[in-house]
Ligand binder design. Sequence first.
Ligand code: K1U
Ligand code: ZN
Length: 172
Amino acid sequence: MALLPIRHYPDPVLKQKALPVETVTEELRTLARDMAETMYAAPGVGLAAPQVGVSKRLIVLDCAGSGEPPQLITAFNPQIVASEGESYEEEGCLSVPGYYSAIHRRAQVTVRFQDMEGRSVEMTAAGLLAIAFQHEIDHLDGVLFVDHLSPLKKGFFRKKYQKILEQMKEQL
Ligand code: K1U
Ligand code: ZN
């Protein structure tokens, strides 16, 4: 397995709409395993293929609490087929380091996807897992959590993120 470098905003790959996966090949299973290792190392609760520079519709998630056994979900071509309720919870993004904000999302989502064997799966998620599914599926559509901010908050984000990127460059 391998740790993959995570792309940071404004890398153009993060703004592209990712292509559907036609067949779950051995090569894509290897990518999924490497993405899971990268997510656990970050650490994060999710990761989408565009975040590691691959514009394909693949995400991994694990929202198990600390002390619980891992609950890795690998989802090819994930689609939200139903949703209900509202949530407003703090989010961060491994591709937007150092910035956090509460975002309006659906509280519960039903997601259809293909698993590692290419089998069709449907699951309903609530809480952090529901938010993580929406955050990761947004990545597949070239949408970042900061794209959901109001124009005023987006202005604050741009100024703050400029400084964060400058600090990161100084540390290199
Ligand atoms: O896609 C990403 O950038 C990963 C991101 C996803 C996320 C989903 C829902 C809410 C917040 C963030 C992260 O995992 S950021 C790191 C994070 O939220 C976390 C890290 C360690 C423990 C618990 C949460
Ligand atoms: Zn993200």
